[in-house]
Design a protein around this ligand. Structure first.
Ligand code: IPM
Ligand code: MG
Length: 342
């Protein structure tokens, strides 16, 4: 028998532990995994005073893939610039594992076409991928406070833009829509220049540029027209939450963060939902989708990845609806429904 894949599981905060428990049931069912659980985010702040310890980062580096549920919550909300924040755990992992490419596929399940706040005719046929740059831009630029003012710096190097653009073109089937704010920002003008150059190496794939405000509008006006959306860190953060609603709920969107070839990190796009933590009502489907992405992009078990996605679709077709989708299925109901369809 092949050696087991070593997975580091990071449940984190809020609903994190509940949906991670669901994911572990799924992994147990598939078999062939050795799972090691660690603290991250607020849970790690409570235990160690920091959102990500060097030991946990080292464990992640030594794994085949990292599965993360969610971090954050009101308990750790603070405006004190010196206090630790749960999100530092996630950002530290992204940077520490050099996960510069964040893939967020948006493909509404046929059964949920009426669950979106947008009309069915609008979203039918939507099958897009947000390729978000994840280790640069304003998230990691110089920031601070001085003389009663605060600043955050956005900067991008050519190489950073080039490598994420390459990822976008690799995933594109017909078109890359590069999103920027080139009418205002210098980083966006460099972004455009570099993306144009990368496009020349990918004949046969169309390139279009959209300003981010326009992109936000087009995303709800004609979502089915998009193929790959390529964008920088902050714009990608915002647009992917918006795109999530095309699937009916942010509880549906998985993501993969990959980089220079080391272990990837796989996590649902939604947060820790502290308002429903502990109630057993969290939707585990984005987490299951993230397990599928882990199998596909992290460890090359494509067949099982597709099997999970089909099982989720079938469970939804059979009527599975968690509260975020207007139903009353619990996390456990949803897990059982998906496993039964696997
Ligand atoms: C996301 C989240 C994170 C981000 C937060 C939790 C730091 O919103 O993954 O989209 O802004 O990247
Ligand atoms: Mg976000």
């Amino acid at each position: 028998m092949a050696e087991a894949h070593r997975i580091v599981a990071l449940p984190g905060d809020g609903i994190g532990p509940e949906i991670m428990a669901a994911a572990r049931e799924l992994l147990d069912r598939l078999g062939g995994f050795e799972v090691e659980e660690h603290l991250v985010g607020g849970a790690s702040i409570d235990a160690h005073g920091t959102a990500l310890t060097p030991e946990v980062l080292a464990a992640c580096r030594a794994s085949d893939a990292v599965l993360l549920a969610a971090v954050g919550g009101p308990k750790w909300d603070t405006t004190d610039p010196d206090a630790p924040r749960p999100e530092q755990g996630l950002l530290g992992l992204r940077k520490g594992l050099e996960l510069f490419a964040n893939l967020r596929p948006v493909r509404p399940s046929a059964a949920l076409l009426d669950a979106s706040p947008l009309r069915r005719e609008r979203i039918e046929g939507t099958d897009l991928l947000v390729v978000r740059e994840l280790t640069g831009g304003i998230y990691f630029g110089d920031s601070g406070r001085r003389d009663g003012a605060a600043f955050d710096t956005c900067s991008y190097e050519v190489g950073e833009i080039e490598r994420i653009a390459e990822v976008a073109f690799r995933f594109a089937r017909r078109r890359v829509t590069s999103v920027d704010k080139a009418n205002v920002l210098e980083t966006s003008r460099l972004w455009r220049e570099v993306v144009e150059r990368v496009a020349e190496r990918h004949e046969g794939t169309e390139l279009e540029h959209l300003l981010v405000d326009n992109a936000a509008m087009q995303l709800v006006a004609r979502p089915a027209a998009f193929d790959v959306i390529l964008t920088e860190n902050l714009f990608g953060d915002i647009l992917s939450d918006e795109a999530a609603m095309l699937t009916g709920s942010i509880g549906m969107l998985p993501s993969a963060s990959v980089g220079a070839g080391g272990p990837g990190l796989f996590e649902p796009v939604h947060g820790s939902a502290p308002d429903i933590a502990g109630t057993g009502k969290a939707n585990p489907l984005a987490m299951f989708g993230s397990v599928a992405m882990m199998l596909r992009y992290g460890i090359g078990r494509e067949e099982e990845a597709s099997a999970i996605e089909s099982a989720v679709d079938r469970a939804l077709e059979a009527g599975l609806r968690t509260p975020d989708l207007g139903g009353d299925a619990t996390t456990e109901d949803a897990t059982r429904a998906v496993l039964a369809n696997l």
